[in-house]
Write a protein that binds this ligand. Structure first.
Ligand SMILES: *Cc1c(COP(=O)(O)O)cnc(C)c1O
Length: 404
């Protein structure tokens, strides 16, 4: 068996060995509860948690006091959305978000409909970006929250965050961004970008799973969130529960490494992504780039390969771990809603592959992966009746399929 090549870093990243090393003492002898005020075990844990708060805050130019620990970005998004909308319910019941958000934003917004909250879902252009004009037009006197992700997990597209932030400030609307994929990979400044709430996840930045953070602005304006979990009043009442000290220490270490290595890593990862696209594009016809390679995440490459199915492709190059935009990755039979929002047709959405590169990939792996993808696409196309028909000059979009 060939060794596996991991190109699914947007799904989860391996734990950086340096983050693991930082965590180890807190899984062993330094096991104290950070809320224990009466002895050294507690003080030691609390000091570690506060250091991690500084490490996470530094990545986004926030103050450590503005960081709330959570179990991951799903929880951070839930607190940011449900928590603020409920807190400000007397000021309005309208939220604006957009169609390519992660389900951890879409579902809380939909859930709030049951509490009388209306949500507007903005559409996106062919690259997956919202239009500022549409955002301006969607705002109502009762709009309390705008939630727009920093960068998309499937296609890597980066939204015009600073423009959205400036607009929300002007209109006194709270601005939340799900920055799970962008944190530590591209520069983020909550002050310069006018961000009020920002979600982070440990396992997308080479930290551990099951831990995340929510940035909550404390001044200009002071943003308040109702708790979603109630208990001991930890984390300024916003998130009760004994802190996951080893996880938090790992997330802090991962954040510090990401910030320090970002300038070099961004360039290196983007170069590998560009090389992979160059291999595919120079050797295969009828392939399409989904998203935005120019203004997108450095490591994300989403490609549709006409006439072959994503699932068959993934089975064809079984030693490369990637994701596909076709059905089997989810419980439904629908192709990716993100790709459909861009206007990608069902056929091409089903034939898409997301390659997400990261810190631990090597240039040699990219050469190998590129060769294998090319070979697999060629082999599958040789067996594909669709490719044969297209080669004969038949316009597939005009074909009447039985049963359709
Ligand atoms: C992975 C991801 C999430 C969910 O994060 P968890 O920490 O796994 O809950 C939310 N939003 C985006 C954009 C993601 O990529």
């Amino acid at each position: 068996m060939k060794p596996m090549i991991y190109l699914d870093n947007n799904a989860t990243t391996p734990l950086d060995p340096r983050a693991l090393e930082a965590m180890m003492p807190y899984l062993k002898e330094k096991f104290g509860n950070a809320a224990s005020r009466n002895h050294a075990f507690g003080w030691e844990a609390e000091a570690a948690v506060e250091k991690a708060r500084e490490q996470v805050a530094a990545v986004i130019n926030a103050s450590p006091k503005e960081i709330v620990w959570t179990s991951g970005a799903t929880e951070s998004n839930n607190i940011a959305i449900k928590g603020t909308v409920r807190m400000y319910r007397d000021q309005g019941r309208h939220v604006i978000t957009q169609v390519t958000e992660h389900k951890a934003v879409i579902d809380p917004c939909k859930y709030l409909a049951g509490e009388g909250v209306e949500t507007t879902f903005l559409g996106v252009d062919r690259q997956g970006r919202i239009s500022m004009d549409e955002l301006r037009a969607a705002v109502r006197p009762d709009t309390v929250l705008v939630s727009i992700m920093f960068a998309n997990n499937e296609i890597g597209t980066i939204q015009p965050i600073a423009e959205i932030g400036a607009f929300c400030k002007e209109r006194n609307i709270i601005f939340h961004t799900d920055a799970t994929q962008a944190f530590g990979k591209v520069p983020i400044d909550v002050e310069a970008m006018g961000i009020d709430l920002l979600s982070v996840s440990g396992h997308k930045i080479y930290g551990p799973k099951g831990v995340g953070a929510l940035y909550v602005r404390r001044r200009k304006p002071r943003v308040r969130c109702e708790a979603v979990l109630h208990g001991g009043g930890h984390e300024r009442g916003m998130r009760s529960g004994t802190l996951n000290v080893p996880g938090i220490v790992g997330l802090g270490a991962a954040a510090e490494i990401a910030l320090r290595e970002m300038p070099a890593e961004r360039v290196r990862v983007a170069r590998m992504r560009d090389r992979l696209w160059q291999i595919l594009d120079s050797q295969l016809d009828d392939i399409y780039l989904n998203g935005d390679i120019v203004n997108g995440l450095p490591g994300t490459l989403n490609v549709s390969f006409s006439y072959v199915e994503g699932e068959s492709l993934m089975m064809g190059f079984s030693n490369i771990a990637v994701s596909s935009g076709s059905a089997c990755t989810s419980a439904s039979l629908e192709p990716s809603y993100v790709l459909k929002s861009l206007g990608v047709g069902d056929e091409l959405a089903h034939s898409s592959i997301r390659f997400s590169l990261g810190r631990f990939n090597t240039a040699e792996e990219i050469e190998q992966a590129g060769r294998q993808v090319v070979a697999t696409v060629r082999r599958l196309r040789e067996m594909s009746p669709l490719a044969e028909m297209a080669a004969e000059g038949i316009d597939l979009s005009k074909v009447q399929w039985a049963g359709h």
